[in-house]
Design a protein around this ligand. Structure first.
Ligand code: C2O
Ligand code: CU
Ligand code: CU
Length: 498
């Protein structure tokens, strides 16, 4: 009885609390709900030895985080209770990452968007046991970009990411450094991971999956907290935005629908800034945008209903009708003037002639790719090293899906046979696939061959991925034949080996 009565009281009190908070947004501030500053993930501590190798250390660990004011939510994080430090390296540098697992279950760390040797990729074939340590090393060889890292344990990626594990990995290069773009980390160059969460009454993360579609939260957390505010000190602000959600798409815009410039997508800078008033991101996609603010103003980054929705079974069910406030931007009374955005950003050489036909097709349906679900012990395809391939990816289903490929950044050469829009003209590692449409992707497999360890391609709606909407490929040198290791507990009926 007492419990039930408490619940009723809590329910009755909740609308009051909400309307009090609502008032604060208007005229007068009070102590009830102080706006909270957007947390900026710290830059990772790095040790550079005599060999020039940049050494990072990450520990995946449990903790508690004040995601909502006054509530202490059990979460997981890297080197802290939630999210992780921002790793940063320049093209040409060798990076070494040591990851320790202090979680109560196995995990892994995948460098999403990074061109890495398969054994350092951190996918389901590189699990880190409880209490164990894993080591990855590679030389950064790709354009400046906003990449990220996250767990990739077989079948439970959604849970690990949802509990808080993800961080940014920024790649720098001379081309980006030679451009007059906002670049002062945490000041006018802001990493922003946007995620939807659902909280229980006591403030724990609600992990009750909609077992068909995946977790869809009703509360937005930005860099790990709700209701984030950012004080802006410069006339131009660069936001490096990551959709870190499990399954929710975001159609991002400012409250007054002002224009901004898209300068980079998943794999780096575009050739030219693209003026937009909205940018849509599906899970794992990134966008770097630059927006102008005027002194003293306040605006908000928002998520609007998601378009288009043709061919979807039930758009509302996937959260396509929802709107959210994501971040309040308050410009200081005086702003540091910023130079205009450069007209030309980077050169992107086409990987293939326009119209080059695809040699492989990937049909996305339900939890399958080409009718199959993930089998850790099945290599779905092999790719010869040093080849450029063209893949056709079709969503032949009435659910939202997207498509991500490990190891490479790709170019979208066509969508339903037509040239893609400017905002999809740059390097991508993840593309949203609308129902009924076909996406032609070109990518080059270079540098790293491995007969033992595969890379993955998959839908990055994490529940779909966990349900097996994933395949594996080996990149092979001319003299190599596939020699994958049998993974325990998978579909080969053996539990030995490894
Ligand atoms: Cu971001 Cu295979 O993943
Ligand atoms: Cu990836
Ligand atoms: Cu999917």
């Amino acid at each position: 009885m007492i419990t039930r009565r408490r619940l009723l009281l809590a329910a009755a009190a909740a609308p009051l609390a909400l309307s009090a908070a609502g008032c604060l947004r208007g005229a007068n501030a009070s102590a009830v709900e102080e706006p909270r500053s957007l947390p900026i993930p710290p830059l990772a501590t790095v040790r550079v030895g005599a060999d020039g190798v940049r050494r990072f250390e990450l520990t995946a660990q449990p903790g508690t985080t004040e995601m909502m004011p006054g509530k202490h939510t059990p979460t997981w994080g890297y080197n802290g209770s939630i999210l992780g430090p921002t790793l940063r390296a320049r093209r040409g540098e060798t990076v070494s990452c040591t990851v320790t697992n202090s979680l109560p279950e196995p995990t892994s760390v995948h460098w999403h968007g990074m061109h890495v040797p398969a054994r350092s990729d951190g996918g389901p074939h590189q699990p880190i046991t409880v209490g164990g340590t894993w080591h990855a090393q590679w030389t950064v060889n790709q354009p400046a970009a906003t990449l990220w890292y996250h767990p990739h344990p077989h079948g439970v990626t959604e849970k690990h990411v949802y509990r808080g594990l993800s961080g940014f990995f920024l790649v720098d290069d001379d081309i980006a450094d030679g451009l007059d773009l906002p670049r002062h980390y945490g000041v006018d160059d802001i990493p922003l991971v946007i995620q939807d969460r659902r909280f229980t009454d006591v403030g724990t993360l609600d992990e009750n999956d909609d077992d068909k579609f995946g977790l869809l939260g009703n509360t937005i957390v930005t860099n790990g907290i709700t209701g984030a505010h950012l004080a802006v000190r410069t006339g131009l602000l660069r936001l490096r935005i990551l959709n870190g959600s499990s399954s929710r798409l975001f159609n991002l815009a400012f409250a007054d629908e002002r224009d901004f410039h898209l300068i980079a997508t998943d794999g780096g800078l575009l050739t030219n800034p693209v003026p937009l008033s909205r940018i849509q991101l599906s899970p794992a996609e990134r966008a770097e945008i630059v927006v102008a603010l005027t002194a003293g103003e306040t605006t908000r980054l928002r998520a609007l209903p998601v378009e288009p929705r043709d061919g979807l079974d039930d758009p509302a069910r996937f959260g396509f009708d929802d709107t959210f406030d994501i971040l309040t931007l308050r410009a200081e009374p005086e702003l540091t003037a910023a130079p205009p955005i450069p007209d030309a950003l980077a050169t992107i050489a086409a990987l293939v002639e326009p119209g080059t036909p695809a040699t492989r097709t990937f049909d996305l349906r339900w939890y399958t790719i080409n009718g199959q679900r993930m089998d850790m012990n099945r290599i779905d395809l092999t790719v010869p090293l040093d080849t450029t391939e063209v893949w056709l990816v079709r969503n032949v289903h009435d659910w939202p899906h997207n498509f991500h490929i490990h190891d490479v950044q790709f170019q979208i050469t066509a969508i339903d046979g037509s040239v893609p829009p400017a905002h999809l003209s740059g390097w991508k590692d993840t593309v949203y696939t609308e129902p009924g449409r076909a996406y032609t992707l070109a990518m080059r497999f270079a540098d790293y061959a491995d007969a033992v360890f595969p890379y993955m391609y998959h839908c990055h709606l994490l529940h779909h991925e966990d349900q097996g909407m994933m395949g594996q490929f080996l990149v092979l040198a001319p003299d190599q034949v596939p020699a994958p290791m049998a993974m325990p507990g998978m579909d080969m009926g053996s539990h030995g080996g490894h």
